[in-house]
Write a protein that binds this ligand. Sequence first.
Ligand code: ATP
Length: 400
Amino acid sequence: MPEDSEIEELKAKIVTLEDRNVHLMQDLQNAENEKRYSESELFRLQKDVARIRGELERLKSPPLVIGSLRDVLPDHKVVVKSSTGPDFVVSVSQYVDEKDLIPGSRVTLNKQSLAVMEVLPAPLDPVVTGAEIIDKPNITYDDIGGLSKQMLELREAVEDPLNRPELYKKVGIEPPKGVLLVGPPGTGKTLMAKAVANATKATFIRLVGSELVQKYIGEGARLVRELFELAKEKAPSIVFIDELDSVGAKRADVATSGDREVQRTLMQLLSELDGFTPTGDVKIIGATNRPDILDDALLRPGRFDRIIEVGLPDVEGRQQIFKIHLAHMNVSKKVDPKKLAEATEGVSGAEIKSICTEAGMLAIRADRDIVMPEDFDAAREKVLDTDRNKVKAPPTYLYG
Ligand SMILES: Nc1ncnc2c1ncn2[C@@H]1O[C@H](COP(=O)(O)OP(=O)(O)OP(=O)(O)O)[C@@H](O)[C@H]1O
C-alpha cells in the first residue's frame, strides 16, 4: 500500500500534468490558427503573383493585329482578313465565345499565328444610333418667323464662309468656327440650323447632348468622333449639337462614373472642334438654354466663339410665326394673326405651333373643316394650361 504522502504527491503531479495539458492544447489551437492564417495569406500572395505575372505578360505581349472575320469553320477555326493582308484560316483562342464569332465582326489577331484573340465591339453606326442626319433639310428661311437679326448673324457666320469663302479671304480674317444659339426651348434654334443647312446644300447632322451621355453610356466619345468623321465625309455639312450643356457643363470635381463619362465626351468634342479649320466646309452650331453652366473651355476663341441669343418672340415675331403655321391650314377669314399674337405674350414658337395644331383638332372634333377664332381661343387656353401656367389672360372675376 503506498503511503499517504506518496498518494498526495501523485495527486499533485496529476494536477500539474493536467494543467500542462490545458496549456499545450491552447498552444496547439494557436498554432493551428496561425497555420490557417499563413495558408490563406499564402493563397492571397499567390493570387497577387499570378495577377502581376499576367499583367506583365500582357504588357510584354506583342501588339495585336486588327482583322475582320470572313467565315466561321468547324473545329474552332475561322477565315479572317487582316487589315492589310490576304485571307487566312486561323484558330480561335479558347477564351473567345463561339457565339460572338459573327462574320463581318472586327477581331484582334495574334501577330505571329494570327489566331483570333478577341472579338471587338461593332463600331457604332451613327445612322442606327439615332443621330438625325438629313442630306439637305427642307426648311427654308421663309419657315422661320421673327428672328431676322439672329438669322442675319447666323448666315454671316455659317452661310457666307461656306457659300462665299472669298469674302473672308479678301478681307483676311477667319470666319467664326462654332456658333452657339442660346435661348429658351422651342424658340426655333433647330429650325435656324436646318434652314442654314438648306441654304448651303449641306448635310445636317444633329446630336443631342443628353442622349450622348445617357443613352449611349460609355460610347459618347466614340459617337462624337464617328459623327464628326461622317460630317467630314459628307461635307459640306452642319453639325448641330442640341442641349450642349448636357455634355459641356462646367467641370466640378469629377466624382461619379457618370461625370467621367460626360467628361470624356466633352474632351472628345473639344478635340474635334480644335481639329477643324474655320475655313473648312464643316460648320458647328451648338444650342443651349443654360449658357450660364457651360464650361469656359467651350467658349474659348476657336471653339463656340460666336454667341447668338434666340429669345422668345415679340408680338411681331409671334404674328409672323402664326402666319407661317396658318398658311398650311384652312382657317376662317375671321382668324386674325395679329390678334392671336397679341393674346400670346411670352409664348414660344413651338407653343404657337401647338396652338395651331390644337385649334385644327378642335375644328375636326366639331365636325368642321374650317378652323374658327373660337377654336384658337380654346386651343390657346389648353396649350398654355398644359405647358405651364403661363400668360393666360387674367380671369375676369379678378376685375369684376
Ligand atoms: N421662330 C419660329 N418660326 C416658326 N416656327 C417656329 C419658330 N420657333 C419654333 N417654331 C416651331 O416649333 C418647333 C420647334 O422648334 P425648334 O425645335 O426649332 O426649337 P428649339 O429652339 O430648337 O427648341 P429646343 O431647345 O427644345 O430644341 C419647330 O419645328 C416649329 O414648328
